[in-house]
Ligand binder design. Structure first.
Ligand SMILES: *Cc1c(COP(=O)(O)O)cnc(C)c1O
Length: 454
């Protein structure tokens, strides 16, 4: 073990290939089904939405997928990201545990999301696409795609959940500054948006509705493809740069993690950190427990069912087998907007179902408590999403202290919280709610999940 605090890699250590867990899994992922017919879909079904290169990655079983040089060049803006040893946090907790974190907040945009936004923008550009449509909840994904669109010369249209659009004007301004066009969803610019507005004029929107609008936009225009910031296999592949770098950085530190932790909304930063380590473990190296942390308000991995479901409210997306709370379920308005999703990435769901990873759910106040302790010890203000991972890292460190054990903890700090100050203000004022698990609403939403056996 070295006594450094920060583990930094040179630019030439930016990975040359992404990692695909599918190659190392001893079982095959479930088929993806057409939303209308319920039959397995092929590349042609996805072609209106995605460029061929990304469709190929979506179904790839290759262990390594080469990172195109223009994408590596764009990664040089902020990669490799640093790994820190949280010495001050360890001291504050009085724990013998060693706590390490990988910090993805160094990207423009302030989270891990540019890792896939830059890749997606480049592949689209490379196949002649000139415009991308997407959705955003709290705004981090829309911002990341807006940056990528600006860097690679693509127009970007963002359907932003109405509630965030009204409450978070700075996020909208940031996207517009990067050149994106932003509308509140439900919007009057799509058929589905008009339908929702006709039925419920004051609808605050949801990620599921915004996805439906963006998919409709892309499917109905020749110049436009759809871009999604999480959940899909190709997104998880792009995020693997996090774990690949972290493996090298932990080797620099001379330590082998006992537990690896990340928050999970759609599952992409979790998979990005965890899958390269899990692959290594499946090949007989390392022993870490791997923990996904989700909010109590949207506990798909810990309380959802593992079934085929739609990714959106209008049932336009393919059916994927995943841990879901039902495509009609709209989570309570917790401040960790990036974790408010009814489903979970199919590959994360699969490894959870097979017992290769663990999952825990955390309430809003305990996660903010952890985030504030982290900010005051380490000096970095975490995103509310990331604070879910910090909560569990702290709990692990306390457990190690109480058991009188050493323990090496590695977590992913998925982003900074500079755009979440009103949430911190509410927490500090004691005005944040911890929403109880909405069992009735989940049961109602699950009743709408189609019954499909595989
Ligand atoms: C979007 C976001 C998340 C959740 O998305 P995943 O796909 O689950 O990673 C987590 N942390 C931050 C900072 C985000 O912006």
């Amino acid at each position: 073990m070295s006594d450094r605090t920060k583990y930094v890699l040179d630019e030439d250590r930016i990975p040359r290939a992404w990692y695909n867990i599918v190659a190392d899994l001893p079982f095959a992922p479930a088929a993806v089904l057409h939303p209308g017919t319920g039959q397995p879909i092929g590349p042609a079904d996805l072609a209106p939405l995605f460029p061929m290169a990304l469709i190929a990655q979506e179904v790839s079983a290759e262990r390594e997928i080469e990172i195109p040089e223009p994408v590596r060049e764009a990664y040089r803006l902020y990669r490799p990201s640093p790994v820190y040893r949280a010495r001050r946090l360890e001291k504050a907790l009085g724990t013998p545990a060693h706590i390490y974190y990988k910090y993805e907040g160094v990207s423009p945009g302030g989270s891990h999301k540019p890792n896939t936004a830059l890749a997606q923008a480049w592949y689209n550009k490379n196949e002649g696409v000139t415009r991308l449509a997407t959705e955003t909840g709290a705004g981090q994904w829309g911002t990341s795609l807006a940056i990528a669109g600006a860097l690679f010369g693509l127009e970007v249209k963002v359907y932003m959940v109405r509630a965030s659009y009204d409450q978070k004007p700075y996020r909208r301004m940031l996207m517009e500054t990067y050149g994106a066009q932003v509308v509140a969803s439900p919007s009057p610019t799509t058929n589905y948006g008009r339908q929702v507005l006709a039925a419920t004029p004051e609808n605050p929107g949801s990620l599921g509705i915004a996805i439906s609008e963006a998919v409709e936009d892309a499917a109905t225009r020749d110049d436009t493809k759809y871009s999604l910031g999480s959940v899909l296999n190709h997104v998880l592949v792009h995020q693997s740069v996090i774990g690949i770098e972290a493996i090298e950085q932990m080797a620099m530190a001379g330590e082998e993690p006992d537990v690896i932790i990340a928050c999970a909304g759609g599952g992409s930063n979790f998979a990005g950190m965890a899958f390269p380590w899990l692959g290594r473990k499946l090949r007989g190296e390392g022993h870490a427990r791997i923990v996904a942390v989700e909010p109590e308000a949207a506990p798909s991995l810990t309380k959802g069912v593992y079934e085929y479901d739609f990714g959106d409210t209008a049932r336009l997306t393919p059916l994927v087998k995943m841990h879901t709370l039902g495509h009609d379920f709209i989570p309570e308005p917790i401040h960790a907007g990036g974790l408010r999703y009814h489903g979970m990435a199919p590959l994360v769901s699969l490894v959870k179902d097979k017992g290769l990873i663990e999952a825990r759910a955390v309430h809003q106040n305990p996660s903010f408590e952890a985030g504030v302790l982290f900010a005051r010890s380490e000096g970095i203000l975490p995103a509310p999403e990331s604070s879910h991972a910090i909560r569990v890292a702290i709990d692990e460190a306390i457990e190690a202290r109480e058991a009188g054990q050493s323990r090496v903890i590695l977590f992913n700090l998925s982003g900074h919280g500079h755009f979440d100050l009103s949430a911190y203000e509410r927490y500090l004022a004691g005005a944040l709610e911890d929403y109880e698990y909405p069992a009735d609403r989940v049961a109602a939403a699950l009743a709408a999940v189609p019954v499909i056996s595989d």
